[in-house]
Design a protein around this ligand. Structure first.
Ligand code: SAM
Length: 219
C-alpha cells in the first residue's frame, strides 16, 4: 500500500467506516485500550486513529490522547466524535505515522489499531512508535496477522491483491515483525477462540531504533 492511494481509499471509507468495519472491531478496540492502564498525566498516541472508534473507549478524565491519520475524511469523523463527546483531553492531526513530528520519549502509550498492515512499511511504523514512546511505555497493536496454518497462510497470500485494493494487506506475519524489529511481546490474546484479529501487548525496549534526523516537535 502506498500512502497516496491509502489516503484516497480511506477518504472514501470514512463515509461508511463506523457502520461497517468500525462496528466489527469496536469491542476489540475497547478491550485493547483496557490493557493500557492510562494514568492522569499520561500521553497516549493513537497511530492511524481513523474515524476515532477508540475515542469511545479512552477515559475522559485522565490521559491526553493525540491521534494521527493520513486521511482528512477519517479525521473529520474523529473530530466530530471529540466535539460530540465534549472531550477536552484529545486532539487529532493529519500526518504520516511513519514520520512523526515528535521528539523521542514523548508518549506513555502507543496504540496501533488495524493500521500496521495498511502502511507501506510496517517495520518503519513500529520503529517510529518505539522512538516516540518512552522507554518502558506500552505499545499495543491490534491487527490481523498471517495464519501459522500453512494452508490458511497460502490463502491469505492469494487474497492479498484483493485486500490491497480495499486498503490493507492480509499477509503480514507477526513472527516477521518480531524478527525484523526485535520487539518483545509481553502477551497477546484474541477476543474469541476463532478470531481474525489479535491484540499484541509490548513494552517499549527501543529495540527497533535507528534514529534519523527528522523534524521534531515536543507536545
Ligand atoms: C483500517 S483503518 C483503522 C482505523 C482505526 N485505528 C480503527 O482501528 O478503527 C486504517 C487507518 O490507518 C490510516 N493510515 C494508513 N496509513 C497511514 C499512515 N502512514 N499514517 C497515518 N495514518 C495512516 C488510514 O487513513 C485509516 O484511517
Amino acid at each position: 500500500m502506498q500512502e497516496s492511494s491509502t489516503k484516497k481509499i480511506y477518504d472514501v471509507h470514512s463515509v461508511f467506516y463506523d457502520a461497517t468495519f468500525g462496528r466489527l472491531v469496536r469491542r476489540r478496540i475497547a478491550q485493547a485500550i483496557s490493557h493500557m492502564n492510562i494514568k492522569p498525566r499520561d500521553r497516549v498516541l493513537d497511530l492511524g486513529i481513523g474515524t476515532g472508534v477508540s475515542l469511545n473507549y479512552y477515559p475522559q478524565d485522565r490521559g491526553h490522547i493525540v491521534g494521527v491519520d493520513l486521511s482528512a475524511g477519517m479525521l473529520r469523523e474523529a473530530r466530530k466524535k471529540i466535539r460530540e463527546q465534549g472531550r477536552t483531553n484529545a486532539s487529532v492531526f493529519q500526518g504520516d505515522a511513519m514520520r512523526l513530528p515528535f521528539t523521542r520519549d514523548t508518549f506513555d502509550h502507543v496504540f496501533i489499531s488495524h493500521v500496521i498492515s495498511v502502511v507501506s512499511d510496517p517495520y518503519r511504523l513500529v520503529q517510529e512508535a518505539q522512538r516516540v514512546a518512552k522507554p518502558g511505555a506500552r505499545i499495543v497493536i491490534v491487527n490481523h496477522f498471517q495464519s501459522t496454518n500453512r494452508f490458511l497462510a497460502l490463502l491469505e497470500k492469494w487474497l492479498c491483491p484483493l485486500c490491497t485494493k480495499l486498503g490493507w494487506r492480509s499477509d503480514l506475519a507477526l513472527q516477521d515483525l518480531i524478527r525484523r524489529t526485535g520487539v518483545e511481546v509481553d502477551y497477546r490474546f484474541k477476543l474469541e477462540s476463532i478470531d481474525l484479529w489479535e491484540t499484541v501487548v509490548m513494552t517499549n525496549t527501543k529495540s527497533a531504533l535507528n534514529l534519523g534526523g527528522m523534524g521534531m516537535l515536543a507536545v
